[in-house]
Design a protein around this ligand. Structure first.
Ligand code: FAD
Length: 477
């Protein structure tokens, strides 16, 4: 009897345990369901762009193995039932998603299918370790990263990734499929995603290429250069990981193998620093799994009383990269232009929103959700709460980033700012991160009049810092 492989955020053929199991069991129906009733909110705009590209790539990879990708739109439970009726399949395989809504949905689907004599089997493709397997000695989930990471490293290594099945057998009777183009996932007028294609190659082969390039190039210096947005020295694998075009086990084993094979070329410290970030990814999913509320509510309950401000103009300036702080603006424009932002700049820009402007982190989280190609419920919410000080194991509130110092430290020559804020391209490095301190004649020579070509800072750093600390004291009272 035919077996349904239900693709979700696991858009790959290698290291795909649901695919391996389904292919071993019987002829395949490969299904992707666009469920717009999903979760907290539907996919954001940038995610839709990525999804369209990634599905197109998956369709191509499957076609090479003579299996069509069936595309259907609607509530997942209803579509699955329809496809089962159309194909007379007796079994369904999928890889688990650990978001609260997905867990509820999948449980309901599993018991519904069981009632009708259809077997449903789920697998792990998304995480190194299932969120319930990493526990403190008292058997509790971890609330702090470092012991979580230490404990994770004492577990047996995650299983080696399985290769893509060499041959696939397609089910004789295939259900009807939508056309990808009819889903209209990509923007047209205006095409705000025009710059995305130059920055990314969505799909499994693009993910593999990105990993290979990173391993051959930047990994060896990752520990020293990961905080430099001007050097693009990180893996840029986050959207590929989010969509499951590559799995963390593949990355883990590739790094370990290279570390051994390369001798001293890839120092242990570099590999460790990189794998630790995969650890932060695991930790975010662990937190969301055990405390589903962190997607929308502060993990530390005190923060429910935080005196947030409502500031429409401030929020708009932040979103558009017009705050007058070049490093913040460069980040927000990189985000708009490519659907991605360097981690150090995400921290600076997020901190500016929640501390300098006192705008609730949920506003920033929602904007990132809409504009990031790697927008991920667990990683986005956990990271925003880390920055806001409201999260588990968060950055201490009183540590308020100074965007000028951050810019000077991590973009020392200003190459990153010059790229994304071209109106400041000719300002000398000495003033680039605080153009308002430059003599007007010097700015004029660089072709800049503040307030005309580039905004004056929308808040004064020292005043904003004092206001944020006062707000924090008020919350604690
Ligand atoms: P690398 O440095 O090469 O790291 C490798 C992988 O580790 C990444 O691909 C990512 O999956 C994971 N990782 C790295 N840093 C973190 C981190 N701090 N927390 C969790 N996982 C991490 N990441 C997302 O994938 N989706 C999001 O929606 C997201 N929102 C964020 C929001 C804010 C406010 C902040 C500060 C960070 C956010 N991050 C998010 C985490 C991080 O910025 C990105 O994962 C990273 O920039 C991706 O680039 P990279 O692949 O080059 O990372």
């Amino acid at each position: 009897a035919p077996v349904i492989l239900w693709f979700r955020q696991d858009l790959r053929l290698e290291d795909n345990p649901a695919l391996t199991a389904a292919a071993a069991e019987g002829p395949l129906v490969a299904l992707y369901i666009l469920d717009e009733t999903r979760g907290l909110r539907p996919w954001g705009g940038a995610s839709r762009w990525w999804l369209a590209e990634s599905l197109q790539s998956l369709e191509k990879e499957l076609r090479r193995k003579a299996v069509p990708l069936i595309l259907r739109r609607g509530p997942a439970a209803k579509i699955l039932a329809e496809v089962i009726a159309e194909t007379r399949a007796k079994s369904v395989h999928w890889n688990r998603n650990y978001e609260p809504y997905a867990i509820r949905r999948d449980k309901a689907i599993k018991s519904d299918l069981a009632r009708r004599g259809i077997e449903a089997t789920s697998h792990n493709a998304a995480l190194l370790f299932e969120p319930w397997t990493v526990k403190t000695q008292a058997g509790e989930p971890f609330k702090v990263f470092t012991p979580f990471w230490r404990s994770l490293q004492t577990l047996p290594a995650p299983p080696r990734p399985a290769p893509a099945p060499r041959k696939l057998d397609k089910a004789y009777k295939q259900p009807r499929s939508d056309k990808l183009a009819d889903w209209k996932l990509k923007p047209t007028k205006p095409d705000w995603a025009a710059g995305f294609a130059a920055a990314w190659r969505p799909g499994e082969s693009g993910a593999r290429l990105r990993l290979e390039e990173f391993l051959a190039g930047h990994l060896a210096h990752y520990h020293e250069k990961r905080d430099r947005p001007d050097l693009a020295a990180t893996a840029q694998l986050s959207p590929h990981l989010h969509w499951g075009e590559i799995g963390p086990r593949q990355i883990w084993h590739a790094v370990k193998a290279l570390e051994i094979a390369s001798g001293d070329l890839v120092p242990g410290r570099a590999a460790e620093a990189f794998l630790r970030e995969l650890g932060w990814r695991e930790f975010s999913h662990h937190l969301l799994f055990h405390w589903p509320k962190i997607a929308t509510e502060p993990w530390k309950p005190d923060f429910r009383r935080f005196p947030w401000r409502s500031d429409k103009a401030g929020l708009a300036a932040w979103r558009q990269g017009r705050t007058g702080y070049p490093i913040v603006d460069a980040g927000m424009r990189e985000l708009w232009g490519t659907g991605w932002m360097h981690n150090r700049v995400r921290m600076i820009a997020a901190s500016f929103l929640v501390k300098h402007l006192l705008i609730p982190w949920q506003e920033g989280e929602a904007w990132f959700w809409d504009t990031l190609v790697d927008a991920d419920l667990a990683q986005n919410a956990a990271s925003w709460q880390w920055v806001a000080g409201s999260g588990a194991d968060a950055s201490p509130y009183f540590r308020i980033f100074n965007p000028v110092i951050q810019g000077e430290k991590f973009d020392p020559d200003g190459a990153y700012v010059r790229r994304w804020v071209p109106e400041l391209a000719k300002v000398p490095a000495e003033f680039l991160h605080q153009p308002w301190t430059a003599p007007p004649t010097l700015l004029a020579a660089a072709g800049v009049v503040l307030g005309r070509d580039y905004p004056e800072p929308i808040v004064d750093h020292a005043a904003a810092r004092a206001r944020a600390l006062a707000a924090f004291e008020k919350m604690k009272r």
